[in-house]
Ligand binder design. Structure first.
Ligand SMILES: [Mn+2]
Length: 328
């Protein structure tokens, strides 16, 4: 192959699909595949040696040719006069893999088409049964180039049937098992909370987002009636209200938000005082609530449900910290 070193974005299926297309091309031509680097955006900008081709990444200073679909990268290269005939950057393409497929002359190859189809789905915000296992593996192993390369090879050989690769299938199973264990643990901890109160306000910023929004469902199955989640966003605290009984919409509306009768929310903003007022307001409207912060354990030993400071003098709620050390 004419490329000795290729870099792809390591963070998502589009990047790994680009690696797979490179390997596919080498496979079909019966050539040695190039070295493949799995890089972050910052890493490609700082990479000290020559990169023959970078895909789904910006054109770092040592990149010779660039295949991409990010408009920001395209605009910057235009402005800097660094776009050459060897680059292929199409801001309208749904994935970099799609641009790369044509670039490498792989149009019509059925496996290449399947790889691009999956990259297109995930890069436009979707997931299917076929893309989920690969996306999960990438999110867990994005800093492990051996695993990413193995996955790229499985895609290059089998397309959508990449789970035919035994090692990849085993990784997928172990991630599943691990997640099931974590959920079982979370479920037990939530039982302890729901035994104390039927109306709960939980600060869940530290809970991984994949599990965060399963919490209301898990609590409702244990008899909870109201679950309010609070978490941080770039715009400040956000409140997400869920009810298994009476409407919560009016509460969200009173706080400047809105939604449905049993599922509503509001943006609280960055002010801590407003956060306390919000907790107090929910308690006043709905009766006693349990406020708990679900946190990663700090330097303390693993603690069960523990009571902390009474210095928050809002008399409507109790404050607990639920330390979920084995969850994180
Ligand atoms: Mn992409």
């Amino acid at each position: 192959m004419k490329y000795k070193r290729v870099a792809v974005h390591r963070e998502d299926l589009d990047g790994i699909s680009c690696a797979a297309l490179i390997l596919r091309k080498a496979m079909l031509e019966g050539e040695e595949p190039p070295e493949i680097l799995f890089l972050s955006i910052r890493e490609v900008m700082e990479y000290p040696e020559t990169i023959d081709l970078a895909a789904d990444l910006p054109k770092g200073p040592n990149v010779i040719r660039n295949v991409d679909h990010h408009d920001s990268n395209y605009q910057r290269l235009l402005k800097e006069g660094r776009l050459t005939e060897e680059d292929a950057i199409d801001p309208k393409a749904p994935s970099a893999a799609q641009v790369l497929k044509t670039y490498l002359g792989l149009d019509g190859d059925p496996i290449a088409e399947e790889i691009v189809e999956m990259a297109n789905i995930t890069d436009t915000g979707g997931q299917t049964e076929e893309t989920i296992p690969a996306s999960k593996i990438i999110s867990v192993y994005r800093k492990n180039p051996d695993v990413l390369l193995r996955l790229a090879w499985a895609l290059a050989k089998y397309g959508k049937r990449y789970l035919q690769d035994e090692e990849i299938r085993k990784l997928r199973e172990s991630i599943k098992k691990d997640r099931e264990d974590r959920y079982a643990y979370l479920d037990r901890k939530l039982s302890e909370l729901s035994n104390r109160a039927k109306r709960l306000i939980l600060y869940v910023s530290e809970v991984p987002s994949y599990a965060r929004f399963d919490i209301p469902r898990l609590l409702f199955s244990k008899g909870a009636e109201l679950v309010a989640l609070l978490y941080n966003t770039e715009h400040g605290y956000r409140l997400s209200l869920r009810s298994a009984g009476p409407s919560v919409r009016y509460i969200a509306e009173a706080l400047g938000g809105g939604g449905h009768e049993q599922s509503a929310g509001a943006l609280i903003g960055k002010d801590e005082k407003r956060l306390l007022e919000t907790i107090g307001f929910i308690a006043k409207e709905r009766g006693d609530v349990l406020y708990s912060e679900i946190k990663k354990p700090s330097d303390r030993k693993e603690s069960e449900l523990e009571s902390v400071s009474g210095d928050l003098s809002v008399r409507y709620y109790e404050l607990f910290v639920t330390s979920l050390s084995r969850f994180f």
